[in-house]
Design a protein. Structure first.
Ligand code: CAA
Length: 696
């Protein structure tokens, strides 16, 4: 007979003769928040003192063993007991302590396990120390105990990459001692008995010798310097692991000091914000509605975008019908899908059998009537209203009742597209980003008449595709492209005023953007922006400052990388500023009567960010985005915004809103049309508020 006693709300102890089972039950992921730490400490102390108990086994209820420290507690004053003390108490326990791990045993969860004396993994287990992705390092002994079990080189790779290691690999490396089938509780019960009978060999990780490996440390230091010159914590991770050849107490003290430096870093705050942004965007009003069932998906248009969307759907297991009127274009599109899937095989994301199955799910058609049985259709045809309304009119006739009709338009008015059908409630925008099978962002654009369950279906599809789906209202460019158009203008203004395009790119890349705005345009194709500007020429306010440099490049046919030249020359994999583009810049400056002035990198970044934040504030103010954190997610997952800075709204809060207002007012002295303080920004600044206040 066993008895179960609750230590607190999240920890129970079950006594089965001389074996005590400690169960952690803190849904959803058993994060090691204060109650878990406190409960474990109390339980271990009590069991150690209990003469009837001779072995202890830890396991967890629900989908996973502890998936890490409770990230929501970061940045708050720490509450005793800390996780390192819990791990040290487990290791010091005089009785054998076994841990049974399942699910995703990550971060502080793995550190708890490393503090135990024997580790059993349930098949399917993944372990990892992903702290580096949150701007910190494993601060509860992970940098000292992982190398003692798996060696310095393995621990360094695992800790600096944050990757999840499958059970088999963890076993081979020595991080866990065995893999055993069964329910975690049953395994814990059996293993506890085996431990006390000496049938499994328990030992304290901290007492193990670790072979020095200076070469691995030097190599990793060099790799981190190359790969992450702007990041703080990867370098601290290496420093912490390097201390593991010292006696364990000394190593743990060094780890703690480095951990605290990381916790205090603004990068930690930015990366944790990005972690929550990725999840917060799913909390939309329509989430309460049941999504429609999605089986076969139709994709219209076999260009780069349509083929990319089809690839993303196939990779997620959906059957797809790719439709394109032009048979040659359709054949090319199919070829692109095949190439994309082959790339996934090369990158190890897909097996060859998986590729064959994906291709077997792909059908092609030159007639939209082939989409009659589709549950959802994504139109990715030419970006022109007439083309779109014609397609939607046809879809209205051929699609079955209840089918969801999505347009992948980047800028066009979805209400107008929906009006071309007799069922506008079934129409929404699903705005993918190129390459659609790689980029994580998906804007789910909810039009005036979109039914809530249709919006919910858009989010469900986003989840199937493992994308970060963000809700946007209808406007010119939705959340992302609308903000981008604005900050690109700020970059163009600086270019005309004297900052060279390569200098602007370099300053923004040093700030952390994956690419500067001119390099991005070269990559995407300068003709895209040109088409946009031509479409807006008639409605452009006369007082708007217009920079025609991009137009001049396009008039020469210099569309960027695909043409071999744009702002840059793209030759043999090499990129350098295009002297002809520089001449065009000089000519435009002269034509406008501008004496070029110099800009510091700080000024370039400040103006660019002020423009981004100003338009982002308007996007929140007019309800296009639900909350500031949605804007952050869009820029982070679709526009190469540096993750460690958390997104433009988080960054704005870190700069200080009154300071931003002052900057914009200063710039307005030169261009009052472009630089206007958004009322929301002014209001928050006046009230000493932050954008973060609007996130809940
Ligand atoms: N702390 C607090 N909340 C967490 C959390 C954590 N460590 N991990 C997940 N959650 C929350 C999520 O925010 C989400 O909440 P909402 O439903 O309110 O949005 C919920 O748990 C479910 O998470 P997911 O939607 O991500 O679920 P999933 O099944 O897709 O993934 C997971 C599960 C793999 C555990 C994933 O959540 C994850 O990677 N979590 C973070 C793991 C991590 O980084 N751990 C290290 C923490 S740092 C640390 O441990 C420091 C130290 O050394 C002391």
């Amino acid at each position: 007979m066993s008895e179960i006693e609750a230590v607190n709300d999240v920890i129970t102890v079950e006594r089965a003769g001389p074996v005590a089972l400690v169960c952690i039950d803190n849904p959803p992921v058993n994060a090691a928040g204060h109650a878990v730490r406190d409960g474990l400490t109390t339980a271990i102390a009590a069991l150690e003192a209990d003469m009837d108990v001779r072995a202890i086994a830890l396991y967890a209820a629900g989908r996973t063993f502890i998936a890490g420290a409770d990230i929501r507690e970061f940045g708050r004053p720490p509450e005793d007991p800390w996780l390192p003390a819990v791990c040290n108490a487990l290791e010091a326990c005089a009785k054998p302590v076994v841990a049974v791990l399942h699910g995703t045993t990550l971060g502080g969860g793995l550190e708890v396990a490393l503090g135990c004396h024997y580790r059993i993994g349930v098949p399917g287990l993944k372990v990892g120390l992903p702290e580096v992705t949150l701007g910190i390092l494993p601060g509860a002994g992970g940098t000292q105990r992982a190398p003692r079990l798996a060696g310095i080189a393995f621990a360094l790779e695992m800790i600096t990459s944050g990757r999840q290691v499958p059970a088999e690999e963890a076993l081979e490396a020595g991080l866990i001692d065995e893999i055993r089938e069964g329910e975690p509780r049953d395994i814990a019960l059996a293993a506890g008995a085996e431990a006390l009978e000496g049938r499994i060999e328990t030992r304290r990780t901290g007492t193990l010798e670790v072979a020095p490996d200076d070469a691995a440390i030097a190599e990793m230091r060099a790799r981190m310097a190359r790969r992450h010159p702007l990041l703080f914590s990867p370098h601290k991770c290496v420093d912490a692991v390097a201390a593991c050849t010292k006696p364990i107490e000394e190593g743990l003290a060094i780890e703690r000091a480095l951990y605290e430096e990381c916790q205090a870093s603004p990068q930690r705050a930015g990366l944790v914000h990005a972690f929550f942004a990725e999840r917060a965007v799913a909390k939309v009003p329509e989430a309460a509605h049941a999504a429609r069932e999605i089986g076969r998906v139709g994709v219209i248009g076999a260009g780069t975008m349509g083929s990319g969307i089809a690839t993303a759907l196939l990779l997620a297991g959906c059957p797809v019908t790719l439709a394109e009127v032009n048979p040659e274009a359709l054949a090319r599109g199919r070829g692109t899908v095949e190439k994309n899937l082959a790339g996934a095989v090369t990158r190890g994301k897909l097996t060859e059998a998986g590729r064959d199955e994906a291709l077997a799910r792909l059908e092609t058609a030159t007639d939209l009537s082939a989409l009659a049985d589709a549950d959802l259709v994504v139109e990715a045809a030419f970006e022109e209203m007439g083309v779109k309304t014609e397609i939607f009119g046809t879809l209205d006739r051929v699609l079955k009742p209840g089918a969801v009709m999505a347009t992948n338009t980047s800028y066009l008015d979805i209400d107008e597209i929906a009006a071309a059908t007799s069922r506008p409630e079934d129409v929404l925008g699903l705005h993918f980003f190129s390459p659609a099978h790689v980029m994580k962002l998906l804007e789910v654009v909810v039009a005036a008449k979109t039914a809530p369950e249709v919006a919910a279906t858009g989010f469900a599809l986003g989840k199937t595709l493992r994308k970060v789906a963000v809700r946007s209202g209808v406007c010119d460019g939705f959340i992302g492209n609308r903000i981008m158009q604005h900050y690109r203008k700020a970059a163009d203004h600086m270019l005309l005023d004297g900052a060279d395009f390569d200098r602007i790119d370099a300053a923004l890349e040093a700030f952390g953007f994956a690419m500067g705005p001119f390099r991005v345009q070269d990559l995407a194709g300068l003709d895209i922006g040109w088409t946009y500007r031509k479409r807006h020429a008639a409605t452009r306010p006369p007082e708007e400052r217009y920079v025609a440099i991009g137009d001049r490049l396009c008039q020469e046919g210099w569309f960027g990388r695909k043409a071999g030249r744009g702002y840059y020359l793209h030759e043999d994999g090499d990129t350098r500023p295009n002297p002809d583009a520089q001449a065009i810049v000089a000519g435009e400056r002269a034509r406008a009567g501008i004496a070029p002035r110099s800009f510091t990198d700080e000024e370039i970044v400040a103006r660019y960010m002020a423009a981004m934040i100003a338009e982002a504030a308007r996007v929140v103010e007019d309800g296009t985005a639900l909350r500031p954190i949605d804007v952050d997610a869009v820029l982070l997952f679709g526009y190469g915004f540096p993750r460690f800075r958390g997104g433009p709204m988080h960054y704005a809060d870190s700069v200080g809103l009154p300071e931003l207002v002052r900057r914009i007012e200063g710039y307005a002295a030169q261009d009052a049309h472009f630089w206007q303080v958004p009322p929301l920004l002014r209001k928050l600044a006046d009230e000493d508020g932050r954008f973060a206040d609007l996130n809940s």
